[in-house]
Design a protein around this ligand. Sequence first.
Ligand code: EPZ
Length: 426
Amino acid sequence: MDKIIVRGGNALKGKIPISGAKNSALTLLPCALLTDEPLTLRNLPRLADIDGFQHLLNQFGISTAIAGSRPEDFGRVMTLQATRLTTTVAPYELVRKMRASILVLGPMVARAGEATVSLPGGCAIGNRPIDLHLKALEAFGVEIELAAGYVKAMAPDGIPGGTYTFPVVSVGATENALMAASLAKGTCVLHNAAREPEIVDLCNLLVDMGAEIEGIGTSDLVIHGKDRLHGATYRVMSDRIEAGSYACAAAITGGDVELIGAKADEMDATVNALRQAGVTVEETKTGIRVTSDGKLKPLTISTAPYPGFATDMQAQFMAMLCMADGASVLTETIFENRYMHVPELNRMGAHIETKGRTAIVHGVKGLTGAPVMATDLRASMSLVIAGLVAEGETHVSRLYHLDRGYERLEEKLQLVGADVERVGSD
Ligand code: EPZ
């Protein structure tokens, strides 16, 4: 298996192109199910999860054609067409590899009147149930059955419509509900819906396809269902989590990096936290410029649904704050097991104590390179960030976690002077 070797000590300087957002692309792709016309998505990132989702959609008989990148995009163009479906079943062997597969449930039952999707099972950062996905669909009049590890959704006479208030903010459940509601026979209302920029991206695509949605960007959404939606061409938003990750890399190395394509207004909480840590963050015509003298102030951060501080940024900030001048307090409120990067960072000389959902990050004078193991997507990036400032070599293994969410990571870091390389297993 491949690994990445990071030799610390270089301040990152230059420009990094930011890819299309993985967490937007994964909910835009299943929208192809909502029409028999072609759907063209631009700026798609080259990631394992995108390839996996494309393979899943192909199983349903959806054609997918990849074209090269447009000059103004970093990502690829993919045209999808669900002229007719060959099956409405998403099998275990595909769903178990990628939790986001559950996002075919809503659009599939809206399109075909039924959908059978394997239950996703847990993942490294927690058991990640789908009860809210199912409750929202049931509130809209979809019949749900659970049997033999599969969930079956049925609406043979169409989705009547209804109202659902989420007890907990859920990005995926909001996305499934939105896609199903767009083809409902009546009106669907969601309260306490997720407001992440990826949800806004999904709403914007659905509207481009002919959907009628009120309250976009707020936690109260009203969707007036349509008989049919048409095709569209849509550019996936830039990846605010990738941008935030490279911002932490620039900050910890005392660098000066422009993140091309990043939008400050989609990552306010990250930008504000960086500024509180003493990092300079400026909006430019083409993105965001992050400069630091390497002196970092400690922070107290709690993760929260958007517009709060993103849980997907917690591990990366933890790595950066290992070098802060004092102790930081991080509280992970979204997932119950999202501190698996802590033991690995401590093996690099960090001094982090965890107690339940809280982590105390005591700033240290320096970190030491070590062989470390990625455990989940954002944890792997935190190890790379720590390696960029550590003395000596850090060998990061189990890169399949990293490749799910960071396109061409070593190339992008080499662009700004990092000493990193990807090597095959010895
Ligand atoms: C999305 O996951 C993202 N993934 C995650 O990013 C992100 O961490 C998460 O939202 C929160 O922002 C994609 O968009 C593909 P949730 P999702 O439903 O939709 C509980 C990354 O690193 N919950 O908002 O699965 C759940 O257990 C990934 O890119 C239920 O209880 O997250 C969690 O505690 C990791 N029942 C909380 O809600 C449900 O039916 C938030 O989960 C659904 C969720």
